[in-house]
Write a protein that binds this ligand. Structure first.
Ligand SMILES: Cc1ncc(COP(=O)(O)O)c(C=O)c1O
Length: 319
């Protein structure tokens, strides 16, 4: 990466394809391309496989025998962490919060199938989940386990390196195909994806706007988190992060994280009907609804190429 290289595992199938969404573009009078990070492959793919390529490498390198991951019951990160741990011979301990579902479906069903051990937290507060996960980590260490702890979404500077790679792939695609993107849209939640992209922009000199569509928290909070993590990642890469490169729009969350919006439902239908691509109600559907709204409001010139990074999560449709 630049002159520096960082070691990782290679379970993600990379680079993911970029292709034009011809039908949707015609319908919206725009030039929309999609980077198919829903097709990273391993354990149904999504943005978290890129992060886990680096995180699990680090866990194995540090001779961990157990990983602790934390998230909501339908966490995409925890699903892929469970699969990664299983494939690498690690014990997987998940701390999952929210309202415990009566039936394990979608991501949660897969967590169990991959053999993860689940601890429940009866709270909607992310802080409570992380507190319990840290407590569990200490309990396991006291029993002699070598634990590698991953925060929500795997959003550390190590995890963010996965999205520095993604930015490099986008730059390479543009250079090879002569297609420049003016704007990127993607769902932003725990700051890891956006921090990686923003650091990747600083590293590669990519010109364009990275619009993080907020899914979890207000834009001020997410911007703060992205700034901190991008600066940490930037230090690894020896690049400087510019504040103006951190753009977060929180107009598409709706009532709350995880709750459906009419706009996201429409985006899911449009992507399915015009392109045969599946989005979800929690992340990619809301991010796409933001991009569509920008296009309809004329905030993107119809001649400009815009890139939607599909970060996955469509397992949620089977909840
Ligand atoms: C499908 C999907 N898209 C986007 C995101 C947001 O990524 P990040 O947490 O790195 O901001 C997540 C996070 O859980 C996700 O599961």
């Amino acid at each position: 990466m630049g002159n520096k290289t960082f070691k990782k595992l290679n379970y993600s199938i990379l680079p993911t394809p970029i292709h034009k969404l011809e039908n949707l573009s015609k319908y919206l009078n725009a030039n929309i391309y999609c980077k198919r990070d829903d097709l990273t492959g391993f354990a149904f793919g999504g943005n978290k496989t890129r992060k886990l390529d680096y995180l699990i490498y680090e866990a194995v390198e540090k001779e961990a025998d157990t990983i602790v991951a934390v998230g909501a019951y339908q966490s995409n990160f925890c699903r892929i962490a469970s699969a990664y741990g299983a494939a690498c011979g690690l014990d997987v301990r998940l701390v999952l919060g929210g309202k415990k579902p009566e039936k394990a479906t979608a991501n949660l069903m897969l967590d169990y199938l991959f053999g993860a051990d689940v601890s429940d937290v009866d709270s909607f507060e992310w802080n409570d989940w992380e507190e319990r996960a840290k407590q569990l980590t200490e309990e396991l260490k006291a029993k002699g386990k070598k634990v590698y702890y991953m925060p929500i979404g795997g959003s550390t500077k190590t995890g963010a390196l996965g999205y520095v790679d993604c930015m490099k792939e986008i730059k390479e695609y543009s250079e090879t195909n002569g297609t420049e993107f003016k704007q990127i849209f993607h769902a932003t939640g725990s700051a890891g994806t956006q921090s990686g992209l923003v650091s990747g922009k600083a590293l590669t000199g990519w010109q364009g706007l990275i619009n993080g569509i907020a899914i979890t928290k207000n834009s001020e909070q997410i911007k703060k988190e992205v700034k901190q993590l991008a600066e940490e990642t930037g230090k690894l890469l020896e690049v400087t992060i510019k504040d103006e490169d951190i753009i977060v729009d929180d107009n598409y969350i709706g009532e709350a994280y995880g709750l459906e919006t009419e706009a996201a439902k429409e985006a899911i239908k449009l992507f399915a009907k015009f392109e045969g691509i599946l989005l979800d109600n929690v992340y990619s559907g809301k991010a796409a609804s933001g991009m569509i709204d920008y296009i309809r409001k004329g905030m993107i010139k119809s001649s400009d190429n815009v890139l939607f990074i599909h970060t996955g999560g469509n397992i949620q449709l089977f909840k």
